[in-house]
Design a protein around this ligand. Sequence first.
Ligand code: 13P
Length: 255
Amino acid sequence: MNKSLRKAVIAGNWKMNKTPAEAAALINEMKPLVADADCDVVLCVPYVDIPAALEAAKGSNIKIGAENVHFKASGAYTGEISAEMLTALGVEYVVIGHSERRQYFGETDQTVNLRSLAALNAGLKAIICVGETLEQRELGYTETLLKYQTKMALTNVTAEQLKNVIIAYEPVWAIGTGVTATDDQANEGNCYVRQAIAEAYGADVAETVTVQYGGSMNAKNAEGLLSKEHVDGGLIGGASLKAADFSVIVKAASK
Ligand code: 13P
C-alpha cells in the first residue's frame, strides 16, 4: 500500500450468502470491530440484503455495495437490476466482472465495460475484477491478459470517472481455493494492472488508482499481501463472512 498516493479499501464480497436478517446480524457484529479503521470498509451483498445492510450500517463507517449491475437504464431485462435502482436505495459501490460471473453467467470483457460505464454514469463506485486462470498463467499470458482485461473494462471511462474506479486483481485459481497468490505474485499482478492504467491515462493518474488483491485473502495472510507497494486493499470472499476474520484484515490495512 502507498497511502500517501491512494486510498486503501477493504471490501467484502458476500457472494450468494446470508439472508437479510443474517446480513443485519453480521454487520452489527462487525461495526464495533472496524469502527477505528484507517481504510475504507465496504460490504458488497446480495441484492435482497441491501436494505437490511444499509439500515444496519447506518451511522457507521461501513459502506454498502452490490455484486452486479445491469448496463441498461430500464426495460425488458427480466431479473436484472439497474444502476439507478441501486443509487435510489443508497448503495455506493458495485462489484463488476467477478470471475464467477464471467465463468457461470456469460460475462464478457464487453459487458464488463458496459456495466462499468452504467455504474459510473450513475455515480456508483465500481470495483472491477480482472484475473487469469491457472491455464493462462501457466501458458505465460498473465501480463497480457490482465492488461487487456483492464483496458477493455475501462474503454470510454473518462479520467474524471476513473476516480470512482477500483480494480481488483483476482487470480481465478486463488478464489475460494485456499491457494493464495504469494505476496510477490499479488504485487506483480496489481503492478500489471497499474501499468495498463498508466498506458491508457498516464503514469501520474495510475499512481492514484486503488488496486485491490482478491483470492483467499484471510486473517493470516492479509498483512503480508497488504505490505506490498501495489496492493492497496483486498476484495474478500469467505473471510468477509466472519466478523472476527474480516476485522483482522481491516486492521492490517489500517497500519
Ligand atoms: P475468497 O476470498 O473466498 O477466495 O473469494 C475471493 C473473491 O472472489 C472475492 O471477490
